[in-house]
Each structure stands twice: as C-alpha cells, then as structure tokens.
Design a protein around this ligand. Sequence first.
Ligand code: AHR
Length: 403
Amino acid sequence: QAIRENQVSRYASQVSAYPAVRAFLLEMQRNLARTHDVIMDGRDIGTVVLPQADLKIFLTASVEERARRRMLELEERGTPEPYAAILRAIQERDWNDTHRDAAPLRQAEDAVLLGFSQLGSESAWRVGSTRSIEEAAERHGVSLMMLNAYQKQEKQIDAIRSFISYRVDVISFAPIVEDGWDTVLTEAKAAGIPVILVDRLITTEDESLYACFVGADFIKEGRSAGEFLLKKADAMGAKHLNIVEITGTEDSTPQRQRHQGFHDTIAGDERFTVLESISGDFLVSKGEECMRYLLDKYGEDIDVLYSHNDGMTLGAIDAIREYGLSPGSDIIIITVDGEQAAIDLLKAGEINCVVECTPNLGDSVMELAKKLAAGETVPKMSHPDEDVFTEFDDLSDLAPRGY
Ligand code: AHR
C-alpha cells in the first residue's frame, strides 16, 4: 500500500532518472524474471527491462482520465487531493519519464501507437466507423488510443494535445468541422507526429499540417443524388418539382460538399425549385424536427426530400407519415450513407435512392498509419469505392450492410 502513496509516485520519476538507481533495479528485475514466471508492470519494462517478454502490453489513457482515476482512488483512501494538482503532477511525471536519458518511457520499437479522435456517436454510420477503426487496429497489430469527442471540437483539440504529450507515432482524427485546426496541428507538426485526416477534411492554408486524407468523395455523392433526381424526373415526365434539403452538421465537409455536388448537378434545369435547405446536424431527432417544420411551412407542395444522411431521413420519414403523406411516392426521398435500415426502406418503396458512404475506413487508416510510422510517403488523398442504390436497380442480391 505504502508505495502507492501520492508522495512516492511524485518522487519515483525523480529518483529513477539516476542511472545508478536504474542499473541496480534493472539487474534485480531481470533476475526475478530469470528465476520466476512474472507479470511485471512499469514504464520501461517492455523496452528496457524485459524486451524479450512473451507478451508485451503498452496500455495508456489520456492524462485527464488518469488524473480523474487517481483523484477517485485518493478520495477512497481518505487522502483527497485537488484534480488540478493531480493533473499537473501526472503531466510532469510523463514529461520527466519520456525525456530522461536513462531508460525513457516509450513503446517498443516495433509497435505503432495510433491516437484517434472520433468526433462523436451521432449516427449508426458513426458507430460503424468507430467499430471499423477498433477492429482494424486489432487485425493490423496497431495499438489504438481512441477518444470520443461527443460532437465538441474543443474535445477533439484536447484529444490531439494529449496524443502529442503521449508521443504517439501517428495521430488521426475525423474533424467535426473544417475550420479551426491550424494551431493544434502546428503543435503536432513541431512534435514530428504525422496526421491522418479520416472521413472529413479541414480548411487550411498549410497543406503540410496533415500527411493524408482517407474518406469519401462527398462532392461525387452529392452529384449522384442529383443524377438520380434527373433520371427520376425524366421517368415521371415531371414538369416541375419542389425540393427541400436537410443538410448535415454546418461547416462540415459532408454538409458543404454534398450540398455543392447536388446543386451543381441540377443547376440550370428549370424543372427544379429548391424551397429551403436547413441543417439537421446528422441526427435522427433533428431530421424529424426539420421535416415537421418544412411540412408545416410548405405542406403538399414538397415533391422531393434530399437528406444528407440516413439517420435524418429516418426521422423525416416518421414526420412525413405523421403528416399523412406516403414517403417514396408522395415525396421522393434521396438519402446518403447506406445503412441497413435505409436499404430496407428502399426495398419497401419508401425511399427512392440511397447514395452509399462507407464507414469502413479502418483497414486503410491502419495501413497508412504503419507506413507513416515507418517514415514512408503515402498518397495525399484516397477515397473508397462507393455505390448508388436506387428504385431502378435489382437489389435482391445485396449483401447485409453491417451498419
Ligand atoms: O462524415 C460522414 C457523415 O457523418 C455520415 O454521412 C453521417 O451519417 C455521419 O454522421
């Protein structure tokens, strides 16, 4: 118990910076492993003390989380300390341990530590994306430090800062919005850590702030949505169609580009009028709310709904049914993502077109991370292949979507 006291852990990293102390301990620890079966836990065990261990686990968490756990532990023991003081002490200790000359804290040479900041859990697509990253990390033997930002850019910035202080090999993140990343990415660049943008882009004057991007071509997705509408209007012999658009999170790449691709495609065609375009933030609940508002305002004048994701579309469909109209026939529905629930509604005739956006980027992210950690160059932009599913297609052989 006594060695777990706060005072001890505070002095441990100072004392262990002395080479003579480390040399003495090293021999003692190796001797233990020579003569016994051991499980050893410590900051340089896998890299210095027992580099040939049968199993090495590099386990880590953000400084904030460790400070929170430490605070609870001290409270339970009846020796509480303020969170800010604990946080500072952990930060200092990390810095001392990673920068000392004798046996510094670091991962084994052959390991790749990837810090990934997921932007939230706003949709089934996002949940699928998180799963894809976690499963791929395991398959590729990449150590993953994943933090969820719960839709807050400040939290993503904090996560990136803690990845930097952890000296991860590669940072990746799905930026919730495009603007506001230059400062933190300049810090990552100064620390020599390459950055992979996943799923969404950023706006910056300095393209060297990130090594590469992997994610969908959202302009193409918007164009596919527009092309379907042109085909549908031709098939119906429509003279005029009124469109409402429910967009994703404002200032995010899919919102900007899905809007642009769609509008560029139908621009100049006098059969179409866009009544209104509003943001539903990629959420089911807001999709429903937006559609109610649009129906109250335009009622049966609405001919087409173009929605930027399946989650919002599902919410909007509830609102359309509640209003007494039939989705897919009274209102043409065009959606993006390709969740199983949307494909089921497409097959049932309640959605007319689903533009695919795959959340399965995990394998590409891990391959890029391993190459970047090895100092290799990688392509600046890569997009997965994506499909479009419409009422004009035979979907009987379509495999289960998995998200
Ligand atoms: O960035 C991709 C988008 O984000 C998906 O289309 C949407 O469902 C998600 O929330």
